[in-house]
Structures are given as C-alpha cells and as structure tokens.
Write a protein that binds this ligand. Sequence first.
Ligand SMILES: [Zn+2]
Length: 272
Amino acid sequence: MRLIDSHGHVQADRFAGDVELVLGGARLAGVERILVPGWDPDSSAAALDLVARYPWLDAAVGVHPHDAASVGDEGWARIVAMAADPRVRAIGETGLDSDRGFSPFPDQLVNLRRNLALALATGKPAILHCRSKPDERDAQDALVAELRALGFDGAPARAAFGDRPPAIIHSYSGPLDYGRTVIEMGLAISFSGLVFRAGEEDSAAVVALVPRERLLVETDAPFLPPPGAPRKRNEPEWVRVTAAWLAEQRGESLDVLGDGLVAAYDFVLGRT
Ligand SMILES: [Zn+2]
C-alpha cells in the first residue's frame, strides 16, 4: 500500500537519536512522503535542516497556538523569511486550542491571523490545529469565523490558491456539522490516531464526506499513537493503522485509498 504522513514532527528532540531508523521504518511501511511541520521558529528551522538531509520529506514553518504567547516579532520575522524557501510547502502548524490553554486565547488569535495572512501571501496552505474541551466546540467555531473573515472561503483564497485547498484541518476533531462546514469551504482534512479516542466518534461520518483529492492521513508523531503503536512515541510508520481505518470507513480497498492519499498530498501541497 502506498502511504503518506501529512503531519509528523520527526525533527522533535525525541527522534534525535534514531531519526534514520525511524524514517527507514516509514519507508518500509510504504510511506512515500512526510510533511514535517514546525511549531515555533527553532522547530521550523529544524524541519528545513531535516529536509536538506532527506529530500523525500517536506517542511512547513509556523507557530502553534501553544507557543503563540512566546514567539515575538523577531521570531515571527524568521518564520516569514523561511516561508519563502521552495522546500517549505505549507504554513504551520498554527490554529486554536481552548482545551489546554498553554497560551491565552487573545494571543492565539493574533498568532493565527498572521499565520493565515502568510499562507495567503505565499500560496502555501495553512496547517490548522483545532481543539476544544470535551463536548465543547468554541475553538472550532472561532476558527471558522477567522477563516471566513480572511476570505479562506472566497475570492482571496481563490486568487492565492486557484482550485487547491487554502488550508488543511490537521488531526480532525469536532462535531459532524463543523466537518461539513470546512469541507464546503474547500479545505483539506487530515485524520490522525485521535479518531480512535472516546469523544471523537463523529470523525467516522466526516471521513466519508471528504472529496478524495482533499483527504489526508497523518500520525502527528511523536503524539497521538493509534492502537498498536508505542504509547511513548508514535512514529510515521504507524500511519498505516489510521489509513486502514479510513479505507474501512469509506468502503475502499487499501490500494485505492493509498493511491488517493498520495495524489491528494501532491495536490494539496502544490507538488503537481
Ligand atoms: Zn502537530
């Protein structure tokens, strides 16, 4: 089966000792490309360093909502400079998180807006993390409002992206009607091991609604291990577990799904 991992933080410290082995394991599992998102300036630079060593990886640069309060204008200027690099295929990860509150929400909004503006300016899709507390949806609703305010569902996005999605909803989490909304807005949706957790049951219905050319799968390594993966450190090869679940939800063979995932990765990241 052909695979991609649309979101794996293989530049994280936890992989520093054996990244070569981890990437080799991914190749053996059929993973053809991994998008490596930064979460702050240093991790974004580290993603680019890794892409220089392994050209089958792609980089993304941006600031995570958890780090929104700690990255100032100087750090942001580094992100903007790196975003011009052709090996940078997306802006992020960014987004909103009202669950854990590592940065105050107003700081997260300021951070999100400048990441979104950078995505529009570069024509590189924004990678969006979005989590609310269990059974709440305030972060999802706020994210949709921000995307609409900046024209991610209209002419500004079309001018910058043509028919490509202007953003990727990473590690999908939320109610079914939110899923419908972001699909209607033309965004790409990426599913992670989060789909197996209690409280995320609506994801199964969303999977069936995503057009093939906008359907992605990811590990969010080293986080969110799916069933069977090591609890302590998820790795890109385990993307196959979530991919198999996607195929099941869509009633597709692994081969058909896998070919679609590879094509969607190239389309969404402008590699075709
Ligand atoms: Zn992530």
